[in-house]
Write a protein that binds this ligand. Structure first.
Ligand SMILES: NC(=O)c1ccc[n+]([C@@H]2O[C@H](COP(=O)([O-])OP(=O)(O)OC[C@H]3O[C@@H](n4cnc5c(N)ncnc54)[C@H](OP(=O)(O)O)[C@@H]3O)[C@@H](O)[C@H]2O)c1
Length: 320
């Protein structure tokens, strides 16, 4: 099968399109013919190993998993003999950031992992980007215990995480103020934001209004900058570690003192989360935003675009 291989860490050019053996599903696994996948910031982080800490998971010297790709949508081609919940021909989507492998024509998944049947109302290309930004946003929103009527500010509302966070925060009943640039104001309103701040015209950290939660989904601010716009018991969350990894330190210390605090939840995903996101999609409460599509052969270009930090939502890779 065709697969994207990287045998070393580095810039986008380290990934190569190659012919490799098709994986064989174990007894508890399904073999999925991948029709669409994504290049996202998680792939970029693991490919570049820019943060050295990621090497403790992905291999100290060189990558353990030679094919990246954590999101996929496709069709089940083979089921292992112990699989009971899927059958050949099922259209499925899911997420795997322990084994990766979706930048290829075929990927295997255990039936109890983060995989489920596709929402009936989406194509493969629309279903592939449901989970990456969606589960990061869900983890943060759950950690902050967002309740109906609470006020949340989401910075970077046009990233994969931010655009999912706006929709999920609305689903959980929050009043959402979203920050994006001029060209995306209408898009972000269409995702459900109650108020949209254009960051090219206004600095959200200088607003007079206060919020229960500030979620910086693009990691451009700090707790110190955002403290004035948090209520007394307000919560600050960011997708980045911050200067000198301060967000980790603050997440360990600020909850001890009461008052304003930082949360930095470790993202997790399981089958229930994927099913939850699928149901939101089916009920028109969540739809991943798609920016560009690239064929598998142009994945290096896709990586380069994702690493501009300016994609709107998700970048999809198509396989024929
Ligand atoms: N290391 C990892 O494994 C990993 C995994 C996932 C995510 N992350 C981090 O999570 C963050 C978000 O990732 P993502 O995929 O959701 O989004 P992304 O690709 O980083 O996109 C960021 C979005 O934020 C907007 N943006 C850029 N600068 C901004 C600013 N100053 N204020 C407000 N918006 C701004 C961009 O829109 P405009 O260009 O229109 O402004 C773009 O739509 C990133 O910081 C990423 O590094 C890291």
């Amino acid at each position: 099968m065709r697969a994207i291989i990287n045998t070393e860490y580095g810039p986008p050019e380290v990934v190569k399109l190659m012919e490799v053996d098709k994986p064989l599903p174990k007894d508890n696994e399904v073999l999925v013919k991948v029709h669409a996948t994504t290049v996202n910031r998680t792939d970029c982080g693991f490919r570049s190993a820019e943060y050295f800490i990621s090497r403790f998971f992905s291999g100290l010297i060189r990558p353990k998993n030679k094919t990246l790709g954590n999101e996929f949508a496709g069709e089940i081609e083979t089921v292992g003999k112990d699989v009971t919940s899927f059958k050949v021909g099922d259209k499925v989507f899911g997420y795997n950031d322990t084994k990766f492998g979706a930048h290829a024509e075929y990927v295997t998944m255990a039936e109890d992992e983060a995989i489920t049947t596709m929402p009936g109302n989406l194509t493969y290309e629309e279903a592939a980007p449901i989970t990456e930004g969606g589960h990061y946003a869900l983890c943060d929103i759950r950690a902050a215990k967002i309740k109906a009527g609470q006020k949340i500010l989401i910075n970077g509302a046009t990233g994969a995480i931010g655009s999912a966070a706006v929709q999920l925060a609305k689903y959980f009943g929050a009043e959402v103020t979203a920050v994006c640039d001029t060209k995306n104001v209408d898009l972000v309103k269409s995702l459900g934001a109650d108020v949209v701040i254009d960051y090219t015209k206004e600095d959200f950290t200088k607003m007079s209004q206060t919020f229960d939660v500030v979620f910086d989904a693009v990691g451009k601010s700090s707790f110190g900058q955002c403290k004035p716009i948090l209520i007394k018991s307000g919560i600050y969350m960011s997708t980045e570690l911050g200067k000198n990894c301060e967000n980790i330190f603050l997440a360990l210390t600020t909850p001890l003192f009461g008052g304003k605090k930082v949360l930095f939840p470790i993202p997790t995903i399981n089958k229930q989360d994927v099913v939850f996101l699928k149901e939101l999609v089916e009920n028109n409460k969540y739809k991943p935003v798609i920016d560009r599509r690239y064929p598998l052969e142009q994945i290096v270009e896709a990586y380069k675009f994702v690493e501009t930090g300016n994609k709107t939502g998700n970048v999809v890779i198509t396989l024929t």
